[in-house]
Design a protein around this ligand. Structure first.
Ligand SMILES: *[C@@H]1O[C@H](CO)[C@@H](O)[C@H](O)[C@H]1NC(C)=O
Ligand SMILES: *[C@@H]1O[C@H](CO)[C@@H](O)[C@H](O)[C@H]1NC(C)=O
Length: 401
């Protein structure tokens, strides 16, 4: 019974849900860091949105002001970076084919009313869906900031997954088009004269009867190139956009070396630029100094999440069976330390890997004396030893060895 609980929990924790959110943005090739709940009004999960008549269809289900706003000016290229569970993972299931759009509205509107203007849209072009191109671009697509008046704006990148859209959601709620949209807070510091036409509203723009909301991507008799992207035409004043990977340029201010286009693995990545990680194809030599292969540690949050879950369940089941308060406190304490470290690793903040190593050592030392007392201490001993070795090696590798 306990073993089953562990297996189910572990698989739930590590299961890759098939969905997506925006991780952050790049401005002219400079990574602005994780934007989740920072400068993105991120929904709590990567789940799809299907009820296009819902009042929360504008900025998804968690629309509230967040603390940061990213400054940009006319002509800047803003690249959105999408992720599935962790940065640089598989982005979105490749089955979730469909169009990608970017809208803009003044932040003062909070997304309500006829305030949205479309800056970018791509559906099926040159033999592939926008989502296919997004996957090739490692989750990146961009827009260029038009010459609009100074002020605060919300950018609303949106992916529509058409893999179940052969019927409308209001006809069959287990199917229907899936919408992924996040609102990003930006401040335009240049003061242009092109007024946004503010043409459309969410909800309202898309109806279940709008062409392109119901569509069968599997129908071989349909020429997919005729797919009608739902919503208004792209605004004539838009400065355009593309589905392409951000060209990583040097972080202004470090003053060392020039930019490096993605694609080649020769050369040295500039300081603070990506120089490794899953799916990364650019230079893998990190500039000396503080540049690290930053994407490997983010993947390494998985074991800590799993161990955190195991410890919480282990502590609680121990308590239920034996009324042992120490077992409860130890299990929950170490479990929370693991979850905190996993969160830090994922966000790239300091000491996450070290905390995961410490939690593994604590757990190992406390469970090894009880190794032969049953399946729970045995499992905890073995998994903590494995996790400890893994994090020990990761910390060692990242310390420059
Ligand atoms: C932008 O330009 C307009 C028109 O010239 C002016 O009224 C406005 O005060 C300017 N805004 C800022 C923030 O400079
Ligand atoms: C540490 O580096 C070694 C040698 O490069 C590599 O084989 C190993 O997989 C790395 N371990 C971790 C946990 O990153």
């Amino acid at each position: 019974m306990q073993l089953q609980t562990f297996v189910v929990l572990a698989s739930l924790l590590t299961a890759a849900l098939a969905h997506t959110r925006v991780w952050g943005i790049w401005v002219n090739g400079v990574d602005q860091g994780s934007g989740v709940d920072q400068y993105i009004r991120s929904p709590p999960t990567n789940n799809p949105f299907k009820d296009i008549m819902a009042s929360t269809f504008s900025c998804n289900v968690n629309n509230r002001a967040v603390s940061r706003t990213i400054s940009v000016k006319a002509g800047d290229t803003v690249t959105f970076e999408w992720f599935h569970d962790f940065r640089n993972d598989d982005i979105i299931a490749s089955s979730h084919k469909g169009p990608i759009s970017v809208y803009i509205a003044p932040t003062s509107s909070n997304g309500a009313g006829s305030v949205w203007t479309r800056l970018f849209a791509e559906g099926y072009k040159d033999g592939s869906w926008a989502v296919d191109k997004l996957l090739n671009a490692r989750g990146h697509h961009n827009v260029v900031i038009p010459d609009i008046p100074a002020g605060d704006y919300l950018l609303r990148p949106e992916i529509i997954g058409l893999h179940e859209s052969n019927v409308a959601y209001n006809q069959n709620p287990v199917r229907g088009a899936q919408f992924y949209m996040n609102c990003v807070q930006i401040r335009v510091t240049s003061n242009g004269s092109q007024q946004l036409p503010n043409t459309v509203s969410f909800p309202g723009t898309y109806q279940y009867s709008t062409p392109g909301i119901v569509w069968n991507i599997y129908d071989l008799l349909v020429n997919q190139a005729t797919y009608p992207i739902p919503g208004p035409a792209v605004w004539s004043g838009s400065a355009g956009g593309a589905i392409t990977r951000a060209v990583v340029i040097n972080n202004p201010g470090t003053g060392t070396g020039g930019g490096t286009a993605p694609g080649g693995s020769a050369g040295t990545a500039p300081l603070y630029a990506q120089c490794g990680g899953i799916g990364y194809t650019g230079p893998t030599t990190c500039a000396s100094g503080v540049c690290k292969a930053t994407n490997a540690p983010e993947m390494s949050a998985y074991p800590a999440y799993t161990m955190g879950g195991l410890c919480l369940v282990g502590g609680v089941t121990g308590f239920v069976r034996t009324r042992s308060v120490p077992s409860l406190v130890a299990g929950v304490g170490v479990g929370l330390l693991y979850l905190w470290s996993a969160d830090s690793i994922r966000k790239g903040t300091a000491n996450g890997l070290e905390a995961a190593l410490g939690a593994s050592a604590l757990l190992f030392l406390s469970s090894v004396p009880r190794f032969s007392k049953g399946p729970v201490p045995a499992i905890l001993t073995i998994t903590s030893a494995g996790t400890g070795l893994y994090y020990g090696q990761t910390v060692y590798n990242l310390s420059g060895h």
